[in-house]
Design a protein around this ligand. Structure first.
Ligand code: AP5
Length: 225
């Protein structure tokens, strides 16, 4: 099953993609995570990307498209992927179609996590990320066992630079302006489903499993509860 998760910042795309990836054994590709790895490595892509990310702007299509090509090609033999945070522009959506058709693959489903601004603000102000392994927490909703310390690897948690209130507002605004074209694009292909991103993690997972069942996408997958 090849999926795209759309949704505003803080909609829970990354969190839900990690859950689906772990329970259904599908490969999770997050363009935001790959960009942050490049920023951490301090390489040329990371330095360029940081200029845009810190301001809450989109990183140029060319950079992101190339990253996704490499990620999908590297794991093209796996049983499926979840793209989280890609595509964000029509150009990216069309290039994804081209890439998949070259690999004899299809996009099965695009899920839009429709999420209200008040939920987004609460989630992003409390989000904490592990500096080492990238695990994602929330100080109230999904707290680590020890305050400020990653459950998985024991390293420190930090707050993302682009989770500052002013940048969050810019990111939400940009998302709301750009998503309409993408929704129309996928609605015409009849592969779009809209779910509520306001739901908690487990109820949302159940809604997604129901959507997959309705679309007959679960053949060959073992569902872990
Ligand atoms: P990216 O990292 O993709 O950020 P985003 O799309 O803005 O999404 P977020 O990571 O902020 O939110 P999320 O929906 O994954 O929420 P999460 O699960 O973390 O991109 C960052 C930047 O990179 C962009 O601004 C851009 O500059 C650049 N970029 C990336 N892709 C690009 C592209 N394709 N083209 C161009 N530029 C690109 O959850 C948020 C918090 O809420 C967490 O604390 C979590 O624990 C908690 N939480 C999650 N789900 C729930 C739930 N259901 N209930 C309660 N709490 C929850």
């Amino acid at each position: 099953m090849n999926l795209v998760l759309l949704g505003p910042p803080g909609a829970g795309k990354g969190t839900q993609a990690a859950v689906l990836s772990q329970r259904l054994k599908i490969y999770h590709i997050s363009t935001g995570d790959i960009l942050r790895q490049n920023v951490k490595a301090g390489n040329a892509i990371g330095r360029k990307a940081m200029e845009y990310m810190e301001k809450g702007k989109l990183v140029p299509d060319e950079i992101v498209i190339q990253m996704v090509k490499e990620a999908i090609n590297a794991k093209s033999s796996l049983s499926g992927f979840i793209l989280d945070g890609f595509p964000r522009t029509l150009k990216q959506a069309r290039q994804l179609d081209e890439l998949l058709s070259g690999l004899n693959k299809n996009l099965d489903l695009v899920i839009d996590f429709k999420t209200t601004n008040s939920v987004i603000i609460k989630r992003l102000s409390g989000r904490r990320i592990c500096r080492n392994c990238g695990a994602n927490y929330h100080i109230k909703n999904i707290p680590p066992r020890i305050d400020g310390v990653c459950d998985k690897c024991g390293r420190n948690l930090y707050q993302r630079n682009d989770d500052k209130p002013q940048t969050v507002i810019r990111r939400i605004d940009l998302y709301r302006k750009s998503v309409t074209l993408l929704l129309d694009y996928y609605r015409k292909k009849a592969i779009l489903e809209i779910v509520s991103g306001d739901l908690e993690v487990e109820p949302l997972y159940k809604v997604l499993i129901d959507v997959f069942k309705k679309r007959s996408l679960l053949q060959g997958y073992k569902i872990k509860k």
